[in-house]
Design a protein around this ligand. Sequence first.
Ligand SMILES: [Zn+2]
Ligand SMILES: [Zn+2]
Length: 295
Amino acid sequence: MRFGRHLSNTPKGLEHAQRIGCDTVQVFLTNPRGWAAPAYNPALVTAFRAAVEEYGQSPVVVHATYLINLASPRPEIFEKSVTLLRATLERASLYGASSVVFHVGSTTGTAEDAGLERLTDGVRQVMTGAPKDVMLLLENDTGGGGKVGYRFENLAAVLAALPQFGDQLGVCLDTAHLWAAGFDIGTPEGAYSVLEQADSIIGLERVPVLHVNDAREACGSHRDIHARIGEGMIPIEGLTAFLQHPRVAHMTGILETPIPTLEDDTPDWDAERAHMALARGVAGLEMPEAPVATS
Ligand SMILES: [Zn+2]
Ligand SMILES: [Zn+2]
């Protein structure tokens, strides 16, 4: 498993990635809480791609804005979601990213089957004519509030309905979302059972990215609050069994956990490196060697 964390889409972000022990990064290309299209800055793209090489971070994963909702019953939200997700895929291709992860959205209280149809139609529109070098990944969610991505069957149904896009479509699993949706991955038996279900319904070969997060709230809470590994409610035995299962070894593991801060509120990168070592250990991975300081 290649392993890293979410950081900023700048050369500095990639430098920090190497410093704290990442092999790989996830980034936003837009404000995650806004509708603005990704800004076009060719110099930043060039500098980012050079830093990817320099700091040895690959693959690069992009997370789309949280506002995207292809299951929305409101036509204007659906249209804006299609447009922005497509723009994010195109920009991700320029950045040399391997994939774009997005939240599949919520019916906001309307019927789930119609929401799934809109989601499938939206993904079809986004993917028709999209760059072929970037995968689009549907992220599982916590359920509740009309969210449709909590069941493996729903994610699998979208993939099955769009065979024309083949390997360009896949799934991103998030351990905190699994837990919040009611999948008890807190014991080795539970973790293996959930992985078996995901394998038989989606196919783990269609899951190239794994978000590795602990959860602040109880299993089945439907609440999406991430905690650092070992500091939340998911028992570490279960998370260890999940992350060290041979059927997830091909995945790219990404932490989306809070970064500790110093007294002046700036990131405490040394503490984050210690946390990365702990998280990598849970996944059975060594730390990469610390970069040699250059004068
Ligand atoms: Zn996400
Ligand atoms: Zn996630």
